[in-house]
Design a protein around this ligand. Sequence first.
Ligand SMILES: Cc1cc2nc3c(=O)[nH]c(=O)nc-3n(C[C@H](O)[C@H](O)[C@H](O)COP(=O)(O)O)c2cc1C
Length: 371
Amino acid sequence: MSTRLFEQSSLGGMILPNRIVMPPMTRARAAEGGVPTPLMAEYYRQRASAGLIITEGTQVSPEGQGYAWTPGIHSAEQVQGWRAVTAAVHGMGGRIFAQLWHVGRLSHVSLQPGGAAPLAPSALVADGVEVFIDPDRLGAAAAQGRKVQHSPPRALAAGEIKDIVRQFAMAAANAMAAGFDGVELHAANGYLINQFIDSGANLRTDCYGGTLANRLRFLAEVTRAVAAVTGAERVGVRFSPLTTAQGAVDDTPESTYLAAARLMDDIGVAYLHITEADWDDAPLMPAAFKEALRMVFAGAMIYSGHYDRTRAEHAIGQGWADLVGFGRPFIANPDLPRRLRTGAALNMGDPSRYFGGAARGYVDYPPLAAR
Ligand SMILES: Cc1cc2nc3c(=O)[nH]c(=O)nc-3n(C[C@H](O)[C@H](O)[C@H](O)COP(=O)(O)O)c2cc1C
């Protein structure tokens, strides 16, 4: 089998020792006030042999929070907490980006300041599109029953959209102050930026909706504002073109996301991170689409979603991917790069401990015995 996965690579001026990425994974273990804890520093420290770690989704503002116990990056205490995380990863020779997110309509009144309605491009969604929230992920706010409808969102006024652009820029400045090597913008999986992009989620009639250029305007403004703070080479952007996760669907995803990729190329961001799967929602992404993305975007391409070593080597060999994310395997295997290289067996993860809780199912997965 090819061994390109273990070759070094470069990203935004950094040298990565391998092409294995730990993609963003919410673990819902922050302290009160969304402050990262020493346990989180230990979790990321254990996984520092990844070529690149991308943190769990981290809210840019109180309104951007969508689940209980997720961390933020808008307060001084949060920045202080993140400093310990980046120091732990750097102390092991690793590299770490912060994933910046605003969940938009995928929040719930119980998580919003003052119990206000969650914010969204549009108060309505397109016919036939349903948006549900899994009550398990709401922690204390969990309702009875299997699924709860999201709280009806309120459409953002144009001035409020500018405020959120500024929140992303401030969060990026905070991330650099906290010692991160860069930031990833979460424009995937049905969260706020994705809600602006996809035709089924954005029913606005002003300059942020309607035409494709208008639906990409919020993405462009956020990316430019963040790049102005960090440098474009320290910014990555995550898209999920074909998944229908959490109700975000586009009528013509291939042309929409090729246009988005072109825009990101113009801005000069370091990488695009394509998620092909959200849990089990993993539509087949045609090779021609991946080749087209490669043609329009000059930076690095990362793919995540149900990868194992064979598929990862294939993706790199075919030229679509420069780097490959392994999500759930990294939860259960802190030393995943070594296991993939040696062909060692993988630990199985415990999905009941993915979200929330403490050390168990988080920092207690055993590494291979030292030799
Ligand atoms: C527990 C868990 C939490 C996740 N949280 C996030 C998140 O915060 N942001 C994000 O972009 N993707 C998130 N994802 C998606 C992963 O980054 C990845 O795309 C997905 O798990 C598919 O990769 P895999 O099959 O290798 O696990 C999450 C996935 C899991 C399993």
